[in-house]
Design a protein around this ligand. Structure first.
Ligand code: ATP
Length: 275
């Protein structure tokens, strides 16, 4: 279990509100959403489609601003993209005309910084891409491209890694493999990770906490502490406790328990499951 400082969160989301101004009118995506992420924690965010998960993650990354409210990193407001925050998207977004090494170097070139080659070599080895540096994206499978995207993000040594449904497009076996990889990387680096997913099993496998957002406008409806020890084996994932937890979260999402009204009643309840 995570032991990060509760009073001084790594990332603090306070009353985050986001209104998109669209041609057909204003759209309230997030409504006074509060969430604290502790250092070294892995937190997954799940919720109904369109509830504002990506909006929240992008706000955490500084890629887009909030209408009101605040996101703080180590107590300081985030006002734009931050070197301490890495992000991995559903698509690997590798530049097709650059080989893997050159893709990983790209963010350093933009920043005018020198990459730490030993660290990148370590990461490539960690994700099983040793010897693939000269390959172009078209020569790599979807899973390999996503591994490369993870290396590209971690190469910059962020203290927070935001992952926006990074494995949603992969087949289920590759996805499980990638989940184990994220777990291994976390055991190695203890990077704080915020992970968006539609897969409750994936959320439980990876996380210290699973946060359920309400239907739009998004707000934290419920949190589940996931107490199982790491590494999380297939045996743990097959237990009744995991099965029950999966069903509880599923009911929260599809059973109408995360409508804004229900959420007001449930407010900030933290559910703890015994291992
Ligand atoms: N740039 C934008 N302009 C206008 N509306 C937007 C924009 N981005 C998102 N939205 C709307 O805001 C709401 C929240 O979107 P968001 O992508 O954050 O939800 P989500 O929970 O990540 O969705 P999903 O689970 O389907 O990926 C949706 O109704 C979406 O249509």
């Amino acid at each position: 279990m995570n032991t990060g400082d509760v009073k001084n969160p790594k990332l603090g989301v306070q009353a985050a509100t986001k209104i998109y101004r669209t041609a057909s009118g204003d759209l309230l995506a997030l409504d006074r959403c509060d969430l604290d992420i502790r250092a070294n924690e892995i937190v997954s965010i799940v919720g109904p489609s369109g509830c504002g998960k990506t909006t929240l993650l992008w706000s955490m990354s500084g890629l887009h601003g909030l209408t009101s409210g605040e996101i703080r990193l180590d107590g300081k407001p985030i006002t734009g993209p931050h070197p301490d925050i890495g992000i991995v998207f559903q698509e690997a977004n590798l530049l097709p005309w650059r080989n893997l090494d050159a893709n990983i170097r790209f963010p350093f070139e933009i920043k005018g910084e020198t990459p730490d080659r030993a660290w990148i070599a370590h990461l490539l080895n960690r994700v099983g891409l040793d010897g693939f540096g000269g390959k172009f994206p078209r020569e790599l499978s979807g899973g390999m491209q996503q591994r490369a995207a993870i290396v590209r993000a971690l190469a910059l040594k962020p203290s927070v890694l935001l992952m926006d449904e990074p494995f949603g497009a992969l087949d289920s076996f590759t996805r499980e493999e990638m989940n184990r990889l994220v777990e291994e990387i976390w055991l190695d680096t203890k990077t704080t990770i915020v992970f968006i997913t539609h897969s409750i099993e994936e959320a439980i496998f990876l996380s210290d906490r699973v946060v359920v957002l309400s239907a739009r406008p998004g707000r934290v409806a419920r949190e589940y502490a996931v107490p199982f020890p790491r590494p999380r084996s297939m045996e743990i994932m097959a237990t009744k406790e995991v099965f029950d937890l999966t069903n509880r979260i599923k009911m929260d999402i599809v059973g109408g328990r995360t409508t804004p009204k229900a959420q007001e009643r449930a407010s900030a309840e933290i559910v703890r499951i015994r291992p």
